[in-house]
Ligand binder design. Structure first.
Ligand code: NDP
Length: 331
């Protein structure tokens, strides 16, 4: 049974020196617990924050302990009345091939509703983040201009589509040709800017002739600095992520106070957990749009437990289109 430990806290970009694969014996479930075989692991940008011991909204990972996060697993032994052997479940699990979990920490995944992987993507944490961030904070209205950074990732690709459902003119920003093609040709995004080979400020000005009403920000940094001057009166900035600075914590940018005052813009940060009590509402909307064909999704799935670290590092290099997952075993 292999597991992946955090062995050193990264100061900048995480690499193999920070994560170790360790062999351990198989754990045994106690009363009220189940033994799980991991099927899919989700790698997520927020995990970078938990590798640091700085105070945050969530506890840091402990050194020489397994990393944990969203995963899908199959029950191989049950000492719980709620779960049977063979059930597919999801929850926050440790990065282990086999793990023991308390029955209260798990939720059953119904494989008849669609591919089980969607519970880590479009029908899971990233989909809910897109939904609540855009609807609750962004409050998009028909005809408004919505700009989305990190547009081809798990959250961003859902945000651009929900923006279209709400009748917005949608401008996406992403970092590869494949991503810009996907966003325009498959998701119907009106204009896509490749921030790696275009002058973002100039391209944004051209793409947003009527200014920006909603900015859904996944990346922060230079890209966001180019959006602020275009904010319309009463614009809303949904501060979802700031991945461009996760590995450069001392990153500094221009001052934006005057731009906020001039535009009377609202900036609101959030974590999806703020909406826990409304998750079923989000889930219902997302599933309905999926069924109606108004919402689609992409997953980038690499195979092999030992590929988890590289899949995680790949998020910071833009290797994923849509949700990045690692397949560890077949059900
Ligand atoms: P993604 O699937 O979007 O993966 C990360 C993407 O970020 C990469 O594919 C890459 O795409 C882009 N990226 C990486 N480094 C940079 C950089 N320096 N500058 C610009 N873009 C970069 O991840 P998620 O959809 O899971 O998450 C998106 C954002 O939302 C993250 O910032 C994350 O932390 C945040 N988040 C916040 C939540 C909340 O509750 N507030 C919940 C979930 C996510 P490219 O090729 O375009 O560079």
């Amino acid at each position: 049974n292999r597991e992946i430990h955090l062995v050193k806290r990264p100061e900048a970009t995480p690499t193999h020196e920070h994560l170790n694969i360790v062999e351990q014996s198989n754990p045994k479930p106690e009363e009220g617990e189940v033994l799980l075989r991991t099927l899919y692991v989700s790698v997520d940008p927020y995990m970078r924050g938990r590798m640091s011991d700085a105070k945050s909204y969530i506890e840091p990972f402990q050194l020489n302990e397994p990393i944990s996060g969203g995963a899908i697993a199959q029950v191989t032994e049950s000492r719980s009345e709620q779960f049977n052997q063979g059930d597919i479940v999801t929850g926050a699990l440790e990065w282990k091939e086999y793990s023991v979990a308390d029955e209260k920490s798990l939720r059953k995944v119904d494989p008849s509703l669609g591919p089980v992987t969607t519970s880590l993507g479009i029908l899971g944490m990233p989909g809910l983040t897109a939904y609540f961030g855009l609807i609750d904070i962004g409050a998009p209205k028909e005809g408004e201009t919505l700009v989305v950074s990190g547009a081809a990732g798990a959250v961003g690709s859902a945000v651009v589509q929900i923006g279209k459902i709400y009748g917005c003119r949608v401008v996406g920003i992403a970092g590869t040709k494949e991503k810009t093609r996907y966003l325009t040709d498959e998701l119907g995004v009106d204009v896509v800017i490749n921030y790696k080979n275009e002058n973002v400020a100039q391209a944004l000005e051209e793409a947003c002739p009527n200014g920006v009403d909603v900015y859904f920000d996944n990346v922060g940094g230079d890209i966001s600095d180019s959006v602020y001057p275009l904010l319309n009166k009463f614009a809303r900035i949904v501060q979802c992520g700031a991945i461009s600075s996760y590995n450069t914590p001392n990153d500094q940018g221009p001052r934006i106070h005057m731009q906020l005052i001039k535009s009377s813009a609202l900036v609101k940060g959030f974590t999806v957990g703020d909406y826990q009590e409304r998750f079923s509402e989000g889930f219902q909307h997302l599933s309905k749009w999926l069924q109606e064909g108004k919402l689609t999704y992409e997953e980038t799935i690499v195979e092999g437990f030992d590929q988890i670290p590289d899949a995680f590092f790949g998020l910071f290099k833009g290797e994923n289109l849509g949700k990045q997952l690692v397949k560890v075993a077949d059900p």
